[in-house]
Design a protein. Structure first.
Ligand code: DX5
Ligand code: ZN
Length: 217
């Protein structure tokens, strides 16, 4: 299981140091939650901030765009150093055009589904994607409770991949992951878990990540 700490729960006054701390704590990917106050009822940070902190780690930047028009801003996030860009299938942009725009720059791309969106919403795009992100909370805020009833979507996505001949498309989950929930995600076949509160609010982030990983067997 890969663990992607969500910087949404970090101390924003020292984001660079927080990235170094996560790097030293065994984080696999750095998850960066971009919110525009329109697609979700919260505002975080944008491409200029990501660009500024890119130099603090070599770990992949997993940029989760909770914005209404990812097509319009895709190049800004690529230029800022995103390695993986995920955007919502519920957004206002043309989905195929946005996927093509990101892939055209050799950046990995994933689609995200909110809790009320069925897994089948991403089926038409699976052959073009590098991963799918299944939200296990309503996007917008950290520290919410895990919606375990989202997990059957993971199998639905993996089954559809098999059906159409795609080998092991990774599935990521985001929201409410911690010591009490990660095993369920692991059992459901999840490959990457985002964890904000569980990692950043722990006394020892390295131990928190190691403990989360140890629960996945
Ligand atoms: C929610 C964000 C998540 C969030 C996860 O909109 O996409 O990445 O930070 O935080 P926790 O792990 O605290 O639920
Ligand atoms: Zn996220």
């Amino acid at each position: 299981m890969k663990i992607a700490p969500s910087l949404l729960s970090c101390d924003f006054s020292k984001m660079g140091e927080e990235l170094i701390r996560m790097d030293n704590s065994g984080a696999d990917w750095m998850h960066l939650d971009v919110m525009d106050g329109h697609f979700v009822p919260n505002i975080t940070f944008g491409a200029p901030v990501i660009k500024t902190v890119r130099k603090y780690t070599n770990k992949p930047f997993d940029v989760h765009l909770m914005i209404s028009d990812p097509f319009k801003y895709a190049y800004d996030f690529i230029d800022a150093g995103a390695d993986i860009i995920t955007f919502h299938v519920e957004c206002d942009s043309d989905i195929n055009a946005t996927i093509d725009k990101i892939k055209g720059k050799n950046v990995k791309v994933g689609l995200v589904i909110k809790p009320n969106t069925p897994a089948s919403a991403v089926f038409p795009y699976l052959s073009k994607l590098d991963l799918v992100l299944v939200m296990t909370v309503e996007p917008g805020f950290g520290g919410q409770s895990f919606m375990s009833y989202m997990l059957p979507k993971v199998k639905e996505i993996k089954d559809e991949c098999k059906k159409i001949g795609i080998d092991c498309l990774p599935v990521e989950v985001d929201g409410g992951i911690g010591e009490n929930t990660i095993k369920q995600a692991y059992n459901a076949g999840v490959d990457i878990c985002v964890a904000g509160t569980a990692v950043f609010k722990a006394d020892d982030a390295g131990k928190a990540i190691a403990d989360l990983k140890a629960l996945c067997r």
